[in-house]
Design a protein around this ligand. Structure first.
Ligand code: SF4
Length: 294
């Protein structure tokens, strides 16, 4: 039977055969698919980057969510004196990712990349790299094409929804997208980008979706921060020439099979994991009874 699923491995092999960078290969692929030219495609990416940047700015003002459960942590982390456990790049990635998560929880405007719940990971990684490597807007836009294309493959072979595949499909996918893009933005090869994406899935496999009270706040916001770190770690390994025994497509397929096996309670129903802890249940009970009184 012909396997016509999108394949990151196939794109990587084709790019390498042609001697192209992955971003150039994927820009050509996407302009063909979307029937637009390179400038139009990159302009769209730049527009999304502008929204992401504003989401970070909004989060860093210390916005709080409607429920009152979360907010202000990204700004708190930014203002706190670092204890030195994380380097500046990693620390900034966490701050920016959490800022977008807090902006989202406060009903601010975000780019769902790939979803609202996981919308902090890509901005976290992209703007930390921009700041510390002085990357141009063009490079970031090209990187976003790579990230989006990896997301396309994941959506086709597995899922990007926590309700379907758990948080590995949301924050995990965002981290894989960010890791592959980070490799390309820092001059890595197509196969290193695939390796980075595969490493993320190996490390994030099984991550459940368990939002407290069904709100995309706890554990989602901090999870965006930690998934940005996962992306940076995977990109670092790949750029240093460390391979992945499991190729990217197979890692994505494994994520799908684990997602399919997750019980309903761990797929965005707030029926398990952190959402089912005594603290979460007590808070949810109080929150929903207040809401009823309004
Ligand atoms: S825990 Fe669920 S709702 Fe929260 S970010 Fe992950 S997939 Fe989305």
């Amino acid at each position: 039977m012909k396997n016509d699923k999108l394949s990151l491995n196939r794109w990587i092999a084709e790019a390498e055969e042609k001697g192209q960078s992955l971003q150039e290969f994927l820009i050509e692929y996407n302009t063909r698919q979307l029937e637009c030219d390179r400038a139009q495609l990159l302009d769209k990416m730049k527009e999304m980057l502008r929204v992401m940047r504003k989401s970070i700015e909004s989060g860093l003002t210390g916005v709080r969510s409607h429920s009152g459960l979360t907010g202000g942590d990204a700004r708190k982390l930014q203002q706190a004196k670092s204890c030195g456990l994380l380097g500046e790049k990693a620390r900034d990635a966490v701050i920016f990712a959490m800022a977008v998560g807090e902006c989202n929880a406060a009903m601010g405007r975000i780019v769902a990349a790939p979803t609202a719940g996981a919308s902090g990971v890509l901005p976290g990684v992209f703007f930390a790299l921009e700041k510390h490597y002085n990357l141009s807007e063009e490079t970031l836009a090209e990187g976003l094409v790579v990230a989006g294309s990896i997301g396309l493959v994941i959506a086709d072979r597995a899922s990007l929804a926590g309700a379907t595949g758990g948080c590995q499909a949301e924050c995990g996918s965002a981290a894989a997208m960010a890791a592959g893009a980070a490799v390309t933005m820092l001059g890595g090869t197509p196969s290193q980008a695939g390796t980075a994406a595969a490493i993320v899935f190996k490390n994030i496999l099984g991550l459940v979706c368990d939002p407290v009270a069904g709100l995309v706040e706890v554990p989602c916001i901090k999870r965006n921060g930690s998934c940005a770190l996962q992306a940076l770690a995977a990109a670092e390994l790949a750029l240093c020439g460390i391979g992945s025994f499991i190729p990217a497509d197979e890692a994505i397929d494994a994520m799908k099979s684990v997602g399919d096996a997750l019980p309903c309670a761990l797929r965005e129903t707030a029926g398990g994991g952190m959402a089912a802890t005594p603290t979460a249940l007590a808070w949810a009970k109080q929150y929903f009874s207040q809401d009823k009184d309004k």
